[in-house]
Design a protein around this ligand. Sequence first.
Ligand code: DGP
Length: 113
Amino acid sequence: METLFDKIIKRQVPADIVFEDELCLAFRDISPQAPTHILLIPKKPIESMAKLNTEDQALMGHMLLTAAQIAQSEGLSEEGYRLVVNTNSAGGQSVYHLHMHILGGRQMQWPPG
Ligand code: DGP
């Protein structure tokens, strides 16, 4: 099923895009929970972490490295930042297209809510 994030990939819904390559897209969250809050998504429409399989191994590695590069380019690396992947309903996922939240620019707390 097509999600909002598929529409952002296809430029049918506007977004503040900060990075794109052939495999993934990153854009600023519409409801930021930190001074920097970016969503990194694969272009492949994977619903959630729970739907990953072994063929996604290289893509997921690419996404982690891309998240680190985006954090670096946003100036977050030295102070630190948080990556979050909310998964399914108990994980707090609301858009069923796998996405990594890159959050930074403030002190994070633990445990998360
Ligand atoms: P999650 O709750 O983990 O599924 O995160 C979904 C995120 O998507 C949430 O932080 C808000 C963000 N979001 C929802 N609608 C839009 C939108 O139209 N544009 C952008 N840029 N972000 C959105």
